[in-house]
Design a binder for this molecule. Structure first.
Ligand SMILES: Nc1ncnc2c1ncn2[C@@H]1O[C@H](COP(=O)(O)OP(=O)(O)O)[C@@H](O)[C@H]1O
Ligand SMILES: [Mg+2]
Length: 280
């Protein structure tokens, strides 16, 4: 591949809505097949720890571009579900497909990340002794050989992407500050920005607003809403005001399976959900 082709390809943003019916014919090797407008399928996933079923025949699908919230009591299996999607935990049974054709249970953790799944953990893993700008730069997905041969050209393209991401995560004014000096909320946004630099198609966010102020939480909600469409997001969260702000479909997990799914008002009115989760 010529370096210029690679640049163009890197600059291309996938458009979930255009020509998906044709995609099946035009797929390049390794490209995500979204021809059924579904980005993630979990089917009958079971994970046991010493005989205890953390996930019990869990089935779930996420649409391309969707913003999905996952709620449920502690121990319901929410984090384990993310571990299965990212390859950290292998299911005992069941299948996980990314798009129509990519079987994630056959891939390693790095391969899954490379395929376009980014995960944010509760504790931010930023480089505290580097500036905000450098953190984003370090997070960028680049082929090291191409990087060296194309330094000058890539520099401007990369600079644009970093500037764009700084705007998105509202850290434009903090670009030259050491990441270690940011507030808790700003550190969380920086880590989200670092994930975005890798251009993930699917983002997994486990309790992203834990410990944030109300204002930071609301800004995070605005950010996620703006990312949906171009990205698919799966957000595990306990903060119901935040889940309401996000406004997408909500899946309630309980004892390793889906207990209910629908709009927030629907699941909030579900007697079983009230009993195991909301009513406590
Ligand atoms: N590595 C592990 N070893 C043993 N038990 C585990 C492990 N990871 C999770 N569990 C158990 O699986 C259940 C689901 O945990 P988890 O997925 O963390 O729930 P949630 O994120 O919904 O609170 C819990 O009972 C937890 O104790
Ligand atoms: Mg958890």
């Amino acid at each position: 591949m010529k370096p210029v082709d690679l640049l163009l390809e890197n600059d291309e943003n996938p458009d979930w809505d255009s020509g998906t019916a044709e995609l099946g014919h035009m797929l390049k090797p390794g490209e995500l097949d979204l021809s059924h407008k579904v980005i993630l399928y979990l089917e009958d996933i079971t994970v046991s720890f010493d005989g205890f079923r953390a996930l019990n025949k869990l089935s779930l699908t996420i649409d391309a571009g969707e913003l999905r919230c996952i709620i449920g009591p502690n121990g319901a299996g929410k984090t384990t579900m993310m571990d299965v999607i990212t390859g950290k935990t292998r299911p005992d049974e069941g299948t996980v497909f990314f798009g129509q054709t990519l079987d994630l249970t056959r891939l390693t953790e790095p391969e899954i990340a490379h395929a376009g799944i980014g995960r944010k953990f509760q504790k931010p893993t930023i480089f505290e002794n580097h500036t905000v700008f450098e953190n984003l730069e370090l997070a960028m997905k680049t082929d090291k050989r191409v990087w060296r041969s194309l330094m000058a050209m890539l520099d401007s393209a990369a600079g644009d992407r970093i500037a764009e991401t700084l705007q998105l995560i509202r850290l434009g004014a903090q670009a030259d500050r050491l990441a270690g000096l940011l507030s808790h909320g700003q550190k969380q946004w920086l880590e989200i920005g670092m994930l975005l630099m890798q251009e993930p198609k699917l983002l997994l966010l486990d309790e992203p607003v834990a410990g944030m102020t109300d204002e930071e939480t609301e800004r995070t909600g605005e950010l996620f809403i703006s990312l949906a469409g171009k990205h698919s997001l799966v957000v595990v969260e306990h903060d119901m005001a935040f889940v309401k702000q996000l406004g997408g479909r909500v899946t309630v997990l309980h004892e390793g399976s889906v207990l209910a799914e629908g709009a927030l008002e629907e699941v909030q009115g579900d007697a079983r959900v009230i009993e195991v989760y909301l009513g406590r």
